[in-house]
Design a protein around this ligand. Structure first.
Ligand code: ADQ
Length: 468
């Protein structure tokens, strides 16, 4: 079996300290869960940034390195400068808004390209140093778009896969990126390129035709004599975790009797449509006085990218709107309708909340997939609950039984929330049954296996012409 080299910006570990000792704990995200099987079976290696190790003393550093090695992870260390410029300024400051169609967020002076290239090259050197003939390399996400091309130059015969976790925008938007050709050439270094949905794959193909002139045949492109395949592999979740019975916990959240609980769970990110969602809830409260005191919105926002200015601004604006709505809609007898928490929650608590909610609101203005929507459906082992889902989330293509909304139409969103609250139990159950059947079948293990099987099946061709 081919050894799997996984490459992602961040290693799936957290380096911390306990009783003065440095410790490394594996962090169980969706990706690491999905890859666990093939990774263990092939005695794989995971290459990525381990987090900031600069505060460790020599002994702590030695312990961390040993533990990272024991977990079969290889750290690519980044200086504070590299991290700021490559990750914050370029990946999150430029690529993230362009790929999510938020063109007004592109900074006037979009810095960081040179450093982005430099850090991708640093990753390429780390991967090439570990590579043994016969290995399979799987590169992840928008932080490493140039890496497949750089690896192809160094390792012409390597089997390389790339998966993009965010949308690939329409070519008309993508071409606004000043480095568009380099980005495409970087991606085309892979033998197989995966996206969450067929529409992202189509957008990618039209960008390639338009900017590089390569015409695809179905899902294949011929690039400098090599065959590059691209197609959709919709990512799923670890269904076992989300279907397991909840353990009752002290102080657990309980909805009040007769209350309709609306739930939002997101990273605090300006693509998640949190402000529009809250406005829609306010509209429901204004239009439906009968629901006042009976409708509560629980919004959980996990802190994210806190050093990026756009995220600080967005957080301030979300908090302003929470305050404004509560100010307008609270009374002496009713509790404030918006219950907002800015922090991460342990997974068991999230699952209890998914189970307590009457309506789950997933309303991003753009989202590659959105796993929260799938986690909610999987967690509803009682077969009840309504999902209100943005048509701009990749998940919408696979979840037709949800109530689809356009987050730019706040009135329409308010109507969908009312429809969800008023929905009969029979309709709720029949929609939920459809959602659950698909989510449980196409889980994250299947996603990883399908991608790796398609990659194993790909012919490896001649090298790319070196990029100028
Ligand atoms: P994200 O933008 O992070 O991922 P999403 O797919 O929804 O979005 O995943 C978020 C994860 O964080 C979920 O597993 C959720 O349970 C967890 N989470 C959210 N809020 C939390 C909280 N308050 N406390 C604890 N955990 C919380 C990117 C892309 C997505 C794509 C994924 C996977 O932007 O579109 O679906 O990668 O490819």
């Amino acid at each position: 079996m081919s050894r799997l080299l996984v490459v992602s910006n961040r290693l799936p570990v957290t380096v911390g300290a306990a009783q003065g000792e440095a410790i490394v704990t594996p962090s169980m995200g969706g990706l690491s869960t999905g890859l666990r099987g093939p990774f263990e079976r092939s005695q794989g290696l995971w290459i990525g940034w381990p987090g900031d190790l600069s505060r460790l003393d020599d002994a702590g550093r030695a312990t961390v390195m040993k533990e990272l090695q024991a977990l079969r992870t290889l750290p690519v260390e980044l200086t504070a400068d590299e991290l700021r410029s490559y990750y914050e300024d370029f990946a999150n400051g430029v690529l993230w808004p362009v790929f999510h169609y938020l063109l007004d967020r592109i900074p006037l002076h979009s810095g960081g390209w040179e450093m982005y290239r430099h850090v991708n090259a640093k990753f390429a050197a780390a991967v090439a140093a570990q590579y043994r003939p016969g290995d399979t390399i799987w590169v992840h996400d928008y932080q490493l778009l140039l890496l497949p091309g750089m690896l192809r130059e160094q390792l012409p015969d390597a089997r390389i896969g790339f998966f993009l976790h965010i949308p690939f925008p329409a070519s008309e938007v993508f071409r606004m990126l000043p480095w568009r050709e380099d980005v495409l050439r970087g991606m085309l270094g892979a033998d197989l390129i995966g996206f969450h949905t067929p529409s992202y794959a189509r957008n990618f193909a039209s960008a390639v035709v338009r900017l590089l002139g390569h015409e695809p045949v179905v899902d294949e492109l011929a690039v400098a004599g090599r065959k590059v395949r691209f197609r959709a592999f919709p990512m799923g979740i670890d269904t076992e975790t989300f279907t397991a019975p909840s353990q009752p916990q002290a102080g657990e959240f309980q909805p009040r009797p007769g209350e309709h609980l609306l739930l939002g769970v997101d990273r605090l990110d300006y693509t998640k449509g949190i402000r529009r969602r809250l406005s829609a809830v306010e509209r429901v409260l204004t239009r439906r006085p009968d629901l006042r005191g009976k409708l509560r919105m629980l919004q959980i926002a996990v802190p994210s990218r806190e050093s990026v200015t756009a995220y600080q601004d967005y957080r301030r604006r979300v908090e302003e709107i929470v305050g404004a709505i509560n100010g307008r809609c609270s009374s002496l007898t009713d509790a404030p309708p918006i219950h907002y928490m800015y922090r991460g929650f342990p997974q068991e608590q999230l699952i209890s909340l998914y189970r307590a909610a009457s309506v789950m609101l997933v309303t991003p203005t753009r989202d590659g997939m959105n796993l929260v929507a799938k986690e909610f459906a999987a967690a509803r082992t009682d077969g009840d609950g309504v999902l209100v889902l943005s048509e701009f989330a990749g998940a919408a293509e696979e979840m037709p039984e949800a109530l689809h909304i356009n987050p730019f139409d706040v009135d329409g969103m308010a109507q969908a929330i009312e429809q969800a609250v008023d929905m009969s139990e029979g309709e709720r159950r029949s929609r939920m049954a459809g959602l659950r059947a698909r989510v449980l079948r196409f889980d994250v293990h299947r996603w990883a296996e399908d991608f790796l099987a398609a990659l194993a099946d790909t012919e490896i061709g001649a090298p790319l012409e070196p990029t100028p």
